[in-house]
Design a binder for this molecule. Structure first.
Ligand code: NAD
Length: 263
């Protein structure tokens, strides 16, 4: 049996990629598509036999799992609505606030939920490599993260850059919030040892590029990932959707889906 999937935001860049990537897969089937009230595609077919609607509650009841790449506000609304039907969820929206994280936590009490700021296999492997490098090098090597995305991206730094920075902090054995530096401007003084900087570049149609940099004395290590198609994130999200249906309630991440032991 294939998992019946509700796609949120089928008119969006990622919503379209999820629908495209689902074509031909046997483990998932697009069964409903729900967009915002003023979306231009309402009523139009977005997948075989599936028209975009605004009927969120009905769609959640009809499906096994919903896939959400929308906006933080829409993600909070959907997580609250999904509690009633205990619908499983795959959430990729980034830039979430505390109240939206709380809505996801409440949903995870009654349904299985996969949350990932990046659904690509490569980035999830990179997180492990970065943490290993940070542990081996220690904070004598200055660690910085640079990310580049298309000019329509709203949140900064990217959710993936924050995951990479947190992996460095974990490798150093420190609390990320005590060492983070997201912007530098003006007379910021010498770089404190152990600081972890994250820099943001926006432009053009870049799908997503991340580099972790470790600066030693007269040498430097860079570990990079470049995504050239949103289909890798969509394929990862669909894999997560097929995986999460039937799991016990709780919050999972992409490492759980990929079967990498990390707990
Ligand atoms: P986008 O602006 O192209 O699409 C957003 C979609 O959400 C639109 O279709 C919009 O109509 C829809 N939407 C807004 N409010 C809605 C509502 N109330 N109900 C239903 N749909 C609603 O954005 P995008 O580039 O597709 O990115 C979406 C999100 O996914 C961003 O937060 C982005 O950072 C994130 N993202 C995550 C990954 C990952 O791997 N986790 C990869 C790429 C993008």
């Amino acid at each position: 049996m294939s998992a019946q999937v509700l796609v949120l935001g089928p008119s969006g860049r990622m919503g379209r990629a999820v629908i495209e990537a689902a074509a031909g897969r046997k483990d998932v089937s697009i069964a409903a598509a729900v967009d915002r009230k003023d979306a231009e595609n309402l009523g139009a077919l977005v997948a075989p036999g599936v028209a975009a609607t605004t009927e969120l509650a009905a769609g959640l009841v009809a499906c096994d799992v919903y896939i959400d790449f929308t906006t933080p506000v829409a993600t909070g609304v959907a997580a609250n609505a999904a509690r009633a039907s205990k619908c499983a969820a795959v959430i990729g929206t980034t830039g979430l606030s505390g109240s939206e994280e709380a809505a996801i936590a409440a949903l995870a009490e009654v349904a299985p939920v996969v949350v990932a700021a990046n659904f690509s296999l490569g980035v999830n492997l990179l997180l492990g490599l970065v943490q290993q490098a940070a542990r081996a090098l220690g904070d004598e090597w200055d660690a910085e993260v640079i990310e580049t995305h298309h000019h329509a991206k709203r949140d900064a730094p990217s959710g993936t850059a924050l995951m990479i920075a947190r992996a460095i902090a974990a490798g150093h054995g420190v609390d990320y919030d005590t060492v983070k530096r997201h912007t530098r401007d003006g007379d910021v003084g010498p770089r404190p040892r152990g600081e972890i900087g994250v820099s943001t570049i926006r432009g053009g149609d870049v799908v997503g590029e991340h580099t972790a940099m470790f600066f030693g004395s007269a040498e430097r290590i860079e570990i990079s990932h470049r995504a050239t198609s949103r289909l890798i994130f969509a394929a990862g999200a669909l894999r997560a959707a097929a995986w999460v249906v039937g799991k016990p309630p709780g919050r999972y991440d992409m490492l759980d889906v990929l079967g990498f032991s990390h707990r």
